[in-house]
Design a protein around this ligand. Structure first.
Ligand code: NIG
Length: 419
């Protein structure tokens, strides 16, 4: 299928060449073309430019040769968001923990009482793969309608080989059922399951000896993650799991410094993690180390908001030269929401990020943070035509500004209009 989108008020984040990972001042540069056109051929972006460059004959020739012409007068086109940290596959919900929270219990206290992640683990164990898929597809459809075109999905509510594999198979099935690009991460080290209560190391042994080899043998994950946090897993556990994962080609990513200065950032950098995520408890030392590394700092403002915590200082990170990405962290416990527009709004309001930085962090750097930068993250010829057309809006700043108004009018994923 070929599509010609004409009269685009602004083609946002369009780059002739696929950009490098963005840091510092680069994050604030958002290349755009005003009054633009875009040509899509099959799954890919074929061409783009200013409407004024097209001679009347050329315009006529294009319009009569393509399968579909879309007039985007007053509308903007943006590359799909790349949501590089989610737990999209889960069973049911955990709204009952709201009242615990309102009564003053912290995330860790709820977890220590057997709630939290372990609650979702039990629900998932009692849910069939097909029902799990049905629930996950509802969330996938929801994020597609918000403008997301690539999503990373973690396991971590199984905590047995069988249930971790069930989650990862569901994640893989999402990408066959929907035109989303999906990357999968093994997060068996998300919580210590009840059967290993008091024997965390025993569970880490099981992850290393059984879960990693079996998941890798079936090619069910590309990354390996750990919740490196007081009350969950230690830096030593991370070292062991990352070394084991490396033998099977699984690159690390870390839930780091979410509730405390956990050492997650340092162990992630040491093992060349693609990203370290959360980072509420970080300061100059961690930012400097990140700035000197290839590891991306993925900020999850939706979880900071939902857990009512202090936000990480993104402004200082960017100043230090850290490559910052923004993701939703869609999950049942700390962020039951996957709207990247809302995440960008929070980043602006609470982390002092600019609109340009937020868009880059949610697209270009998000793509890097999940290893899809060659095909997603910017409007670039040769990349997948995964993008969205907005409703009529005055400016791109209007997107995070009007943070609850649906502004996505048309979604195109891998060259097809998604209806
Ligand atoms: O990224 N922090 C650990 N994992 C998730 C929350 C998972 C849950 O509570 O179900 C997070 O915030």
């Amino acid at each position: 299928m070929s599509i010609f989108i004409k009269n685009i008020k602004k083609l946002v984040n369009c780059r002739e060449e696929s950009p490098e990972l963005l840091r510092g001042a680069q994050l604030g540069e958002l290349p755009c073309i005003e009054n633009a056109y875009l040509i899509i051929d099959n799954e890919e972006i074929a061409d783009m430019g200013e409407m004024s460059e097209l001679l009347p004959d050329q315009l006529h020739a294009i319009e009569s040769s393509v399968d579909k012409v879309i007039d985007a007068t007053g509308r903007m086109v943006l590359p799909s968001y790349c949501d590089s940290h989610t737990h999209l596959v889960y069973a049911g919900s955990r709204e009952m923990e709201f009242s615990d929270k309102l009564h003053g219990l912290s995330y860790q206290e709820i977890a220590a009482r057997g709630g939290g992640i372990l609650n979702s683990v039990e629900l998932l164990h009692n849910t069939s793969e097909d029902i799990l898929l049905k629930q996950a597809l509802e969330r996938a459809d929801e994020i597609i309608s918000f403008g997301t075109g690539a999503v990373e999905i973690k396991s971590g509510y199984g905590l047995t080989l069988e249930d971790e594999m069930k989650m990862l198979r569901v994640a893989a099935r999402i990408s066959s059922e929907r035109p989303l690009t999906v990357k999968t991460t093994l997060l068996a080290a998300h919580a210590v399951p009840s059967r290993y209560k008091g024997n965390r190391e025993g569970y880490v042994d099981e992850i290393i000896k059984e879960i990693i080899p079996a998941v890798a043998a079936e090619g069910l994950a590309e990354y390996v993650d750990i919740f490196c946090e007081e009350g969950f897993f230690t830096v030593e556990d991370a070292e062991r799991i990352f070394e084991a994962g490396a033998k099977y080609g699984l690159r690390p990513t870390v839930h780091a410094n979410q509730m405390s200065v956990s050492g997650g950032v340092e162990v992630g950098i040491k093992h060349h993690a693609i990203s370290v995520d959360h980072l509420e408890f970080t300061g100059q030392a961690q930012w400097r180390a990140l700035a000197e590394s290839d590891t991306i700092a993925t900020l999850l403002p939706g979880a900071t908001f939902f857990l009512n915590m202090d936000y990480p200082d993104a402004r200082a990170m960017i100043k230090e030269g850290v490559a910052v990405a923004i993701a939703s962290n869609y999950n049942p416990g700390s962020c039951p929401a996957g709207d990247m527009k809302f995440m960008m709004a929070l980043a602006l309001l609470k982390m002092k990020i600019t609109p340009e930085e937020a868009i880059n962090a949610a697209t270009v750097n998000g793509a890097y943070a999940m290893g899809v930068e060659e095909i997603h993250g910017s409007i670039t010829p040769g990349k997948k035509a995964s993008l969205f057309i907005t409703k009529e809006i005055p400016s791109y700043e209007f997107i995070p500004y009007s943070f609850t108004t649906p502004l996505v009018e048309t979604v195109i994923l891998k060259g097809k209009i998604y209806e």
